[in-house]
Design a binder for this molecule. Structure first.
Ligand code: C2E
Ligand code: MG
Ligand code: MG
Length: 767
């Protein structure tokens, strides 16, 4: 009989352990799995140890093992507390209780450990069964055993209280979940109480732990309350954003949520769900239709709403008709988002007309669809638009662009595509018969006075490309129209330019110049020519190094043919670096020949400031060639300084500090600002030859010249005048106080050897 009990106890222990393994393997992601596992393992251990204590061969180990069982019971109930906290969410209650019980359990464990020696908690006795076998059991219990029982019962009370509170607050559907566990625990506690009260030999309540383990695993990890799915589905359907109507096999509405009712009632013509269903069944769904989806638009409160409707009939396994449902999805937001995104991808946000990509796309489609119509591409460009933004602010610039877009759109029609290509560049593609130069000019001329500022004029330039070669890509056609604009870009008079073979030739020759640049550099085709500079005393101490391209086929090419192209492409800085290096090398040769005082002026393009560290390059060059910096004169054009005054002025300061002579080249050729002289701390002012050119008012030119020279002198700047072509000019310049001259009257730019032989250190007689 006792053996049967022992076997059952081991089976209970094994079953609990198996439950723990099952939970860990199958439900490891469930947050309840870990607390449950602790309970199951401690149950398994406690029951097994209890069984072992029965089988002990002598009293002393039986004391120890039974004491261990009592400690394991304490641990199991602690695990139950942990479990109850997670299972019921009664954190506060359980945490408080656990803190108190930790000490009580500690004391209990200590008592169990000393009991084998003092026997103050319980005494073990031998139970003899009818077959002469001996088994150990608790024969008598002292007052301290009651302490052990009280600790366990108190903890169980807290566990049950937490479960009870949860049952009270949980929805009805969930009450069984917690209730089942509570009932199982109470039954075990009652059996245990019977065991104690009736002083039974063995604790049979332990046998019920397998049932408890099973109930706990099931209700903690597996149980889904009956009807929960129905309710959840009902709730979801009632509250979902999409409308739903479920209809049974006799055509009665089983369920219809609020959304679908609203959808039906929103339409005055339909007005009710019944009418809606009638409409669907008569207009959209036929008898044999089992499944259908369609889109529809409803105008609700003055706004279009887009709906997607799904219909489906449902059949059982025997293909018997059960019912059907309609699902109404409101796709308005999606549609709006889609159309907004599409609009953004195809339109220019500032002006609302097509963007570049879409313009190209639409134009291509139009050309493909109408192979017999002759088209033109018209591009527009605003002269000085960058300045509009700078001077009048981005706001004004934007307003102007919107105005241009509006004018461009006014040419629109079924056979015209228009769009904004970039910045201030707009384009249209229209049939040639619709193109009217006068009309275009007159409409766009509004832009000229758009800023209502008398001293600042903008101007629209128009480039036209006649689509003669349809195999070209649209961007290339637009480039051609833009190339035509390039030819009139600097003019205020010409407003329309047509792309023709001349422009193409010009463009091709530009491309040729660019493509030959690399080999020209590599083969030393760029060479400095020097134009002497003569002091008032008539002496030549130096000159300006001016580049010449000695082309193997075309001979000597002047800078005007290639410098502007290199400036546009940025190649200029590489050419300039080469010129500076050649000039420095020449200066070092002169230095070695004892001509230390000779100097050379080199030109610095405005682009160099953006592409090079001018100061760093110059200083490393004079170090490399071991020449004094004052022998290298640096010519910076006025426009370079005007572009970004603060930055350029700082740079000029640095160059002067490093010892270079800084000259302001071409002063008076651009938008000269006398004010600039105030800020400009340069060594030399080089007056543009424009002042010497023949005019109707030579006296006025001379007065200005005289004044500028005077001004420069009073600012302690040296003055060079370039473009001196006659003796008279040289004379009056000397009178006004000009320090140096440069011009054809003295000499044209020449090869270095010629300059060295004929001019360097030569003496001119001027008067
Ligand atoms: P610039 O720096 O103002 O150079 C003076 C230009 O005026 C030179 O033209 C010179 O030949 C010309 N010139 C000198 N005296 C007279 C005269 O009495 N009458 C007339 N009609 N012209 C005279 P060039 O050599 O054709 O150079 C033109 C421009 O090209 C230069 O103007 C300069 O801006 C640029 N340039 C020349 N070489 C270089 C270079 O190595 N680098 C850079 N960045 N620009 C250069
Ligand atoms: Mg120059
Ligand atoms: Mg110049």
């Amino acid at each position: 009989m006792i053996w049967l009990l022992v076997v059952c106890l081991f089976a209970t222990s094994l079953f609990s352990a198996a439950c723990a393994v099952f939970s860990a393997l199958k439900h490891s992601r469930n947050p309840m799995e870990r607390p449950l596992r602790y309970v199951l393992i401690s149950v398994s251990a406690a029951v097994a140890v209890n069984a072992v204590s029965i089988l002990m061969p002598s009293a002393r180990p039986a004391y120890f093992v039974y004491g261990l069982y009592c400690i394991l019971m304490d641990i199991m109930v602690l695990a139950l507390l942990h479990y109850a906290k997670a299972f019921t969410g009664e954190e506060e209650l359980v945490r408080k209780a656990r803190n108190v019980f930790m000490f009580a359990v500690g004391a209990d464990a200590l008592l169990m450990l000393i009991n084998p020696f003092l026997k103050i908690v319980f005494r073990m006795g031998v139970y003899e069964d009818g077959f002469g076998e001996h088994f150990y059991h608790v024969a008598s219990r002292g007052i301290l055993y009651i302490y052990h029982i009280l600790v366990i019962y108190a903890m169980m009370f807290v566990v049950n209280l937490a479960l009870f509170k949860k049952i009270r607050s949980a929805p009805r559907l969930y009450k069984i979940k917690h209730g089942a566990i509570l009932v199982a625990m109470c039954i075990i506690m009652i059996i245990h109480a019977i065991y104690l009260n009736f002083k039974l030999q063995f604790d049979y309540s332990l046998l019920f732990y397998s049932a408890l383990a099973l109930i706990m695993v099931f209700f903690t990890l597996l149980y889904v309350p009956h009807g929960l799915m129905d309710r959840l589905l009902f709730f979801t359907m009632s509250n979902m954003k999409d409308g739903i109507v479920c209809i049974d096999n006799e055509g009665r509405v089983v369920h219809a949520n609020r959304t679908v009712k609203d959808y039906s009632e929103a339409d005055i013509d339909i007005g009710s769900l019944d009418n809606q269903l009638q409409k669907w069944f008569t207009e959209d769904i036929t008898q044999d239709c089992t499944e259908r989806t369609w889109d529809t638009v409803r105008r609700i409160e003055g706004r279009d709403h887009y709906y997607h409707i799904d219909f489906m009939r449902i059949y059982d396994g025997d293909v018997k008709y059960l019912g059907c449902f309609f699902l109404v999805h409101d796709r308005t937001e999606e549609y709006v988002r889609y159309y907004t995104e599409k609009y953004r991808a195809t339109h220019d946000m500032l002006t609302g007309i097509y963007n570049k990509e879409h313009f190209f796309e639409r134009t291509k489609a139009m050309l493909d669809e109408n192979p017999d119509i002759h088209y033109v591409i018209v591009c527009t460009d605003v002269k000085n638009f960058k300045l509009v933004n700078d001077v009048f602010g981005v706001e004004a610039g934007d307003r102007m662009l919107r105005k241009i877009a509006e004018i461009t759109a006014s040419f629109g029609g079924d056979d015209v595509v228009y769009g904004r290509l970039s910045g201030d560049r707009f384009a249209m593609c229209m049939p040639k018969y619709s193109f009217n130069e006068r009309e275009i000019l007159s409409k766009y001329s509004v832009v000229d006075s758009f800023l209502e500022n008398a001293s600042f004029k903008t101007h629209i330039h128009i480039g036209v490309y006649e689509v003669t070669d349809r195999s070209l890509r649209i961007p290339i056609m637009c480039d051609r129209a833009s190339l035509a604009i390039k030819t009139i870009k600097d003019s205020y008079q010409n407003s329309v330019a047509y792309y023709d073979s001349e422009i193409r030739k010009h463009f091709m020759s530009e491309q040729k110049v660019i493509s030959e640049f690399e080999s020209a550099i590599a083969n030393g085709q760029f060479q400095p020519y020097i134009q002497p500079q003569i002091s008032v005393g008539g002496r030549v101490c130096g000159g300006e190094a001016l580049v010449r391209w000695i082309h193997p086929h075309e001979g000597l090419i002047p800078p005007s043919k290639f410098i502007p192209i290199f400036e546009q492409t940025g190649l200029i800085s590489r050419l300039d670096k080469l010129m500076w290096e050649l000039a420095c090398r020449q200066l070092s040769i002169w230095k070695m020949e004892g001509r230390e005082e000779s100097y050379l002026s080199v030109n610095i393009s405005p682009k160099d400031f953006y592409m090079l560290d001018v100061c760093g390059t110059m200083t490393s060059l004079i170090e490399k060639y071991n020449i004094p910096p004052h022998c290298l004169h640096l010519e910076i054009t006025e426009s370079a300084v005007m572009d970004e005054p603060q930055q350029q002025l700082r740079l000029i300061g640095n160059l002067r500090e490093a010892g270079f002579m800084v000259e302001i080249d071409d002063f008076g050729s651009g938008y000269s600002s006398l004010n600039m002289l105030k800020e400009l701390d340069a060594d030399v002012l080089k007056i543009d030859m424009g002042f010497l050119e023949k005019t109707d008012h030579p006296e006025r030119s001379q007065t200005i010249l005289k004044m500028i020279i005077g001004l420069a002198k009073s600012l302690e700047m040296e003055v060079i005048t370039e473009g001196v072509e006659t003796k008279e000019q040289a004379k009056f310049l000397a009178e006004y106080g000009c320090d140096l001259y440069q011009g054809y009257f003295f000499a044209k730019p020449m090869r270095v050897s010629e300059f060295e032989n004929k001019y360097l250190n030569a003496q001119f007689i001027i008067r």
